[in-house]
Structure formats: structure tokens, C-alpha cells
Ligand binder design. Structure first.
Ligand SMILES: [Zn+2]
Length: 419
């Protein structure tokens, strides 16, 4: 559905290796920076609107007791089927689908504006509306599927393990996290972006040499076909075990010099050498466990209160209560997760600088990225702390400058590449 409007699949998108690649050093485009600031301001405003819609929705549901009425309405029809005492999967599924559908419809105009209209206005979005909508539907269906499975497990555990459900759930989430991290690059990403192995040549050889110097092995290097959907550049380390790979967007391969791409690949190699995917899973599991402990106490307290009108922990009417507790918890822990992520990203930058010993190219690559993605160089430190999962690009550039200052000229020259 998403691909139907793509007019061509000609070979013009084949990523170039060295030929046709730009050779000049990139500097910050002041005009693009002005645009970047406006773009960032508008996106922040939209995320506040999004928060307001979600909060109002929950306030209306809880304030008017709609969750209790819906439960009483669905109960006689669907609560009969209980494969395990206290767990009524039919009514759970119906409740979840109704909530998701209503909330999805309420927030659809905002999704269209922030996901389609705004990026297009700034020249970043390249998809047709039908294609974009198709991707949104695909993403929505995947979320609903996983949401349904997870919430059914949650209500099953609430019914049969009212005291330790949260520990079991943390275990289930950890398992899902690991499986998803493994399957994402081969199962989920291809639904949105085609990938192909990076063509043999100079760049791939350089990456493999870097990996060899790092004493590790890269299992796969893939080029992701992003350019038909977006003008933004991106690269990532993805997958676990046999699916682990470095993925780079064709939007970078086409527009960056080979030296700059080497810096980007070195950064991703840094994530690999530092085991950042496993560490990320560990950190998110710890945060989840702490969150579920809080949810457990709060939920027991609310259910025990007579005014709440809840029949027990596994009463499906607890759904909006859970959404509210999780929402507040997410707002508190989001900045913590982001801070951890920024530390990890800085370490990968440090790795890339140590490996390539070429801060000038590092700076050029990040100048190019700021211009290309309309990334603001210097957001307010509070904004960066709360919302940025990577250090602001201005800070990353400063990092490279201080690396340069710490390493005498003769050292930072690429002596190791001499024959
Ligand atoms: Zn990174």
C-alpha cells in the first residue's frame, strides 16, 4: 500500500560508493539553522498539544466514569468467557480496542499535521499522503497487535498473581525486548524501508578494517532505502546475535564524503564494541521494574478505595487508571532514559574520534547532518536534558574540537593509514 504511489524503482537510487560523492567540507548553513529553530519550536508546541489531548481524554473518561459504564455494558456480553478465573480476555480486548480506536481518531488530525504536513513544509518529508497514511496504518496495526498481547498478559497476571504480577510482567517485557531487538531489523524495519547489503568497495573495506582494528567482527552492513520517504540522514546499529548489523541510510551515502561516512560508521561500530544494545535493554528493564513497582502500589491503593468503583485488580475498568499512572511515570523517567542515551552516544562519538583520528571530518559530517536534518545546534540546556536522546549537534562538534585540542597535530594526522 505504501509503495503503490512510488513512481519509479529505477537504479538511480543505487547508493554510490566514491563516485559522485561530494568532496567539499561542510559548514553550518545559517539559513538552515534559522529554519531548524523554527521547526524545533513548532514540534515542541505540537508535543504539548499531544500531551493535552491525551490528558483531556483520560480526564474525561475518568471524570465521567466512562470506563465503569463501558465495563458494565460489555460485561454481560463478554465477561462470561473466563479461561482462568478472574481473567476475561474478551472484555479486555474489547475495552482496549475501543479505547485505542477513540484515542486514535481524536489524535489523527495532530498526527497528520506533525507527521506529514510539517516535515513536508520544511522539505524533509518526501512521501505522498497515501504512502504516509499507509505507513501510519501499518505502524498502528503493529502497535495494536503488541498492545493487545501485552495487556492480555497483564490482566492475566493481575488475575492470578495479584501480589507479584509486576515482577512476572517485567520478565515478560524483558523477553519481548530481547526478541524484538533481534527480529526488528529482519521483520519490522523491512515493512517500512528496504535494505540491501552495502556494495563491495572502498567504504565497506574501510569499515571492515576498522572492525578488525577494534578486535571485533561486523556481521552485516546494510544500506536502507530512505530517500523516497525522507530527506533526513540516519544510521544505526541494530539487531542482536545473528541479526546484528550496521544500517546506513542511502540519504547519507548519497550526500556525504567517504571520509564522513567512515566517521558515521565508526560511531556505530562504537555502539557495537560498547555492547550498547544489551546495555540499553538492561537499563530499560531496570526502569520498567521500578515503574511497575510504583504502579503496583498505586493500583492496590486505588482499587481499595470505594469511590473508584473498581471490582478488583483484574477489573478491566482499571485500564485508564493504568494509562494515567504509566503516563506520569513515563514523563518522570523519560528524561532519565534520555540522559543515559546521551552518555552512550557521547561515548560512541569518542570512539569514532579515537578510531578515525580526524576531528575535522567528524565536524564536517555533523555540520552536514545539522543542515540536512534541520537539527538545532544549541537548544536550551533544559530542553536538551528533558527531550534529547542524543547530545545536541553543537555539543558533539565541541566534543570533536576539544578532542583535537587534546591531541597534538602529529598524532591526529592519519599516520596509521600510511603504507
Ligand atoms: Zn549513536
Amino acid at each position: 500500500m505504501a509503495e503503490i504511489d512510488d513512481p519509479q524503482q529505477s537504479g538511480t537510487k543505487t547508493p554510490m560508493n566514491d563516485a559522485n560523492a561530494p568532496s567539499s567540507t561542510a559548514t553550518i548553513d545559517p539559513q538552515r539553522q534559522e529554519q531548524a529553530k523554527r521547526y524545533a519550536r513548532q514540534r515542541r508546541l505540537l508535543s504539548l498539544v499531544d500531551l493535552a489531548i491525551g490528558t483531556t481524554f483520560l480526564a474525561v473518561v475518568l471524570g465521567f466514569g466512562l470506563h465503569l459504564r463501558l465495563r458494565d455494558l460489555l460485561g454481560p456480553v463478554l465477561a462470561g468467557w473466563q479461561p482462568l478465573v478472574g481473567w476475561a480476555p474478551g472484555i479486555v480486548a474489547a475495552m482496549i480496542l475501543i479505547f485505542l480506536l477513540v484515542y486514535g481518531v481524536l489524535s489523527l488530525p495532530l498526527s497528520i499535521y506533525s507527521g506529514y504536513i510539517l516535515p513536508r513544509r520544511y522539505g524533509l518529508g518526501k512521501q505522498s499522503f497515501a504512502g504516509w497514511l499507509g505507513d501510519l496504518a501499518k505502524g498502528g496495526l503493529i502497535s495494536i497487535l503488541f498492545g493487545l498481547i501485552l495487556l492480555e498478559i497483564l490482566y492475566l497476571l493481575l488475575a492470578i498473581q495479584p501480589l507479584t504480577w509486576w515482577l512476572w510482567l517485567a520478565g515478560v517485557l524483558l523477553l519481548i525486548n530481547v526478541v524484538l531487538a533481534n527480529l526488528a531489523p529482519v521483520l519490522i524495519l523491512p515493512l517500512f524501508f528496504k535494505q540491501q547489503p552495502m556494495p563491495e568497495g572502498n567504504l565497506k573495506d574501510r569499515l571492515l578494517r576498522m572492525a578488525q582494528r577494534a578486535g571485533t567482527r561486523v556481521r552485516g552492513v546494510f544500506v536502507m532505502q530512505m530517500s523516497r520517504k525522507t530527506a533526513e540522514g540516519n544510521a544505526a546499529l541494530m539487531g542482536l546475535g545473528n541479526t546484528r548489523r550496521i544500517v546506513i541510510g542511502d540519504t547519507m551515502l548519497q550526500e556525504y564524503t567517504p571520509d564522513e561516512i567512515e566517521v558515521v560508521l565508526a560511531h556505530e561500530l562504537g555502539h557495537h564494541v560498547h555492547n550498547d544494545i544489551w546495555k540499553g535493554i538492561a537499563v530499560s528493564t531496570a526502569l520498567t521494574l521500578a515503574g511497575l513497582a510504583v504502579v503496583n502500589i498505586t493500583l492496590h491503593t486505588i482499587v481499595a478505595a470505594p469511590f473508584a468503583g473498581l471490582h478488583g485488580l483484574a477489573d478491566v475498568a482499571t485500564l485508564p487508571v493504568l494509562a494515567l499512572i504509566f503516563g506520569i511515570y513515563g514523563m518522570v523517567t523519560g528524561p532519565l532514559g534520555n540522559t543515559y542515551s546521551r552518555i552512550v552516544e557521547r561515548q560512541a562519538d569518542q570512539y569514532a574520534l579515537d578510531m578515525t583520528r580526524d576531528p575535522a571530518t567528524f565536524i564536517s559530517a555533523f555540520n552536514r547532518l545539522a543542515n540536512q536534518n534541520l537539527a538545532q545546534l544549541d537548544p536550551h540546556p533544559i530542553i536538551e536534558t528533558l527531550f534529547y536522546d542524543h547530545p545536541a549537534i553543537g555539543r558533539r562538534i565541541q566534543h570533536a574540537q576539544s578532542w583535537d585540542a587534546d591531541h597534538p597535530r602529529a598524532m591526529s594526522a592519519k599516520v596509521h593509514t600510511k603504507p
